[in-house]
Design a protein around this ligand. Structure first.
Ligand code: MG
Length: 198
């Protein structure tokens, strides 16, 4: 696919195949109708989700202008612009008052995960879940001693804090999966069993 080649050539991280399969299976099993994605990149993951379920509507937020434009182009090319709405902004600045989503997918700036979670948990529908990507951060979370860059070290520390934050959260239950670059699924503690994640 052109998008995969573009991502590789331009160093844009896109979702791993097994992560897409996991998310799409969750979407099918739970009849997810609405997705909010934090971090569109070039639109790849939104396109893969929308292609898999004809009644799925996605709002996806991207703050990088070049990626935003690329996402718009790719989504149009795939004929999915009626069902995928791309918002050009920093997710922490976006107001979605009145909206609820069955699935919120966090895949943006890794240092901001706690902030995204705290902001967007209020946009979950009753049975909604938050899926977060890159909890292994390319394997670096498990191999911290190998990191030389202070910047990367800082991101890895933030991801670890986010993982602890999820584990300690009494209002939400989180399951962690060794899929792709590490995924978590978080749902409200009073929701009981959810298809495909127990
Ligand atoms: Mg990712």
């Amino acid at each position: 696919m052109d998008m995969e080649r573009y991502a590789e050539a331009n160093n844009v991280p896109i979702l791993e195949k097994e992560s897409i399969e996991f998310i799409n299976k969750y979407i099918q099993l739970n009849d997810v109708k609405s997705v909010l994605e934090i971090g569109s990149a070039i639109g790849y993951s939104a396109i893969m989700m929308a292609k898999d379920k004809a009644d799925l509507e996605i709002t996806t937020i991207e703050k990088d202008e070049k990626r935003y434009k690329e996402a718009i182009k790719n989504i149009k090319t795939c004929g999915l612009d009626e069902r995928i709405n791309v918002v050009f902004n920093d997710a922490l600045e976006v107001s979605l008052a009145g909206y609820k989503f069955d699935l919120i997918f966090i895949d943006a700036a890794k240092g901001q995960y706690i902030k995204y979670f705290d902001k967007f948990k209020y946009y979950l529908s009753d049975r909604g879940v938050i899926i977060t990507d890159n909890l292994k951060f390319h394997g670096l979370v498990e191999n911290k001693d190998r990191i030389e860059s202070k910047n990367v070290q800082g991101i890895v520390n933030k991801i670890e804090q986010y993982i602890e934050y999820l584990k300690d959260n009494d209002e939400y239950v989180t399951k962690f999966y060794d899929i792709g670059d590490g995924l978590s699924v978080t749902y409200k503690a009073n929701n009981g069993k959810i298809e495909g994640i127990n």
